[in-house]
Design a protein. Structure first.
Length: 295
C-alpha cells in the first residue's frame, strides 16, 4: 500500500497558527471499555474518503483527504486487531536539520508499517526504539498509537532521538503542541497551539472516563470542534477496537452518525437518520460525498 503524503501536505503550511487543528484521544473506561476518538480538521474544499486495505492477516481502515488530486493522503487509521494510528500537525514547525539515514523513518512510514503489521502498541514501541523519526515534506507531525488493551503513546521527533509519551492513567490526549514538552505539568499550565482543545478534552475525560461510551466520545469531540472557516472539523471519529467498528459524523453534524464494519467492509447509517443506507467499501474506497442523504 502506498499513498501520497507529499506535496498535498505543503498546503497545510498555508494555514495560520490559529487554524492548525485536529484533536485525538484514547481512553480506558472503568468498565474496561477502550475507545479512541479524533476530530479531523481541514480545508473545507478537500474531498474526503474512506479505505479498507489488506494488512498482514488483518484489514486496515483509513481516512484519506485531497482525494480529487489523484492521490489519497491518509492521516488516521485502525486495523482489525485494534491498533489505532494517526498523524497530526505539530506546532511550532521544525523543518531544518533533518537528515535521512539507515534507521530513519518519516511519520507516514511508521504509520503504514504499524497498521499493516502490528496489533499492540508495545510492538510499535519496539519499532520506535529501533528507528529514529524525522520530519519531511514541509510539515511537522506527531502521532498517537493506541490498542484495545488500553496501551497508548504519543511520539514526536527529536534531533537527539524519539520523544515518547506513554499513557500512564486512564486516558491520553493529543492536539497540536508538543506533548513531550509538558510531561508532569499540570493541565491548566499547558500552553501552545491546541492547548484550549487539549484542556477541554482532558477535563471531559477526567469527569467522564469511568462510564465512557460511543455517545460520550462523540460529545467530547463536539466540545472541541474547530470553527475556523479555513480549517473546520470535517470528520469526527470514535473507534471501538474490540468490535473493529468505526463511528463517525461528517461536517460537524453530530445528529447523524455513520458506522463502519472493518471486518465486513461496509458502511451504514447508525443514528439520526430517517432511512437506512448501507454501502460496500470496495477496493478503491468510497468518497464521503457518496454518503449524502436526502433531507
Amino acid at each position: 500500500m502506498k499513498y501520497m503524503i507529499g506535496i498535498s501536505l505543503l498546503l497545510l503550511l498555508l494555514v495560520s497558527e490559529d487554524g492548525i487543528a485536529c484533536t485525538s484521544y484514547s481512553v480506558s473506561s472503568g468498565e474496561n471499555k477502550v475507545l479512541y476518538g479524533m476530530n479531523f480538521d481541514y480545508n473545507p474544499n478537500s474531498r474526503l474518503g474512506f479505505l479498507i486495505k489488506p494488512g498482514i492477516q488483518k484489514r486496515v481502515f483509513h481516512m484519506a483527504f485531497d482525494w480529487d488530486k489523484g492521490n489519497k493522503v491518509v492521516t488516521l487509521g485502525v486495523n482489525t486487531e485494534g491498533l489505532f494510528a494517526n498523524m497530526q500537525l505539530l506546532y511550532p514547525s521544525d523543518l531544518s536539520g533533518w537528515r535521512q539515514g539507515p534507521n530513519t523513518n518519516f511519520f507516514w512510514e511508521i504509520y503504514e508499517e504499524s497498521l499493516k503489521s502490528f496489533g499492540r502498541v508495545q510492538e510499535v514501541r519496539v519499532l520506535l526504539n529501533e528507528r529514529r523519526l524525522i520530519q519531511g515534506n514541509g510539515v511537522t507531525l506527531h502521532s498517537m498509537f493506541a490498542d484495545k488493551h488500553g496501551d497508548a503513546l504519543v511520539v514526536e521527533a527529536g534531533h537527539e532521538g524519539n520523544n515518547i509519551v506513554n499513557k500512564m492513567d486512564k486516558f491520553l490526549v493529543m492536539t497540536n503542541f508538543p506533548i513531550s514538552d509538558f510531561v508532569n505539568v499540570a493541565v491548566q499550565e499547558v500552553e501552545g497551539v491546541g492547548s484550549e482543545r487539549y484542556k477541554a478534552a482532558y477535563n471531559y475525560l477526567l469527569q467522564n472516563s469511568d462510564s465512557f461510551c460511543v455517545d460520550s466520545g462523540m460529545k467530547l469531540l463536539k466540545n472541541v470542534v474547530n470553527t475556523t472557516p479555513y480549517f473546520p472539523t470535517r470528520c469526527s471519529f470514535v473507534f471501538d477496537p474490540e468490535q473493529a467498528l468505526v463511528y463517525f459524523s461528517l461536517e460537524g453534524d453530530f445528529n447523524k452518525i455513520w458506522r463502519v464494519s472493518i471486518k465486513k467492509s461496509i458502511i451504514e447509517t447508525w443514528k439520526g437518520f430517517q432511512t437506512h443506507k448501507l454501502l460496500k467499501i470496495g477496493k478503491d474506497g468510497i468518497l464521503a460525498e457518496q454518503l449524502r442523504m436526502p433531507e
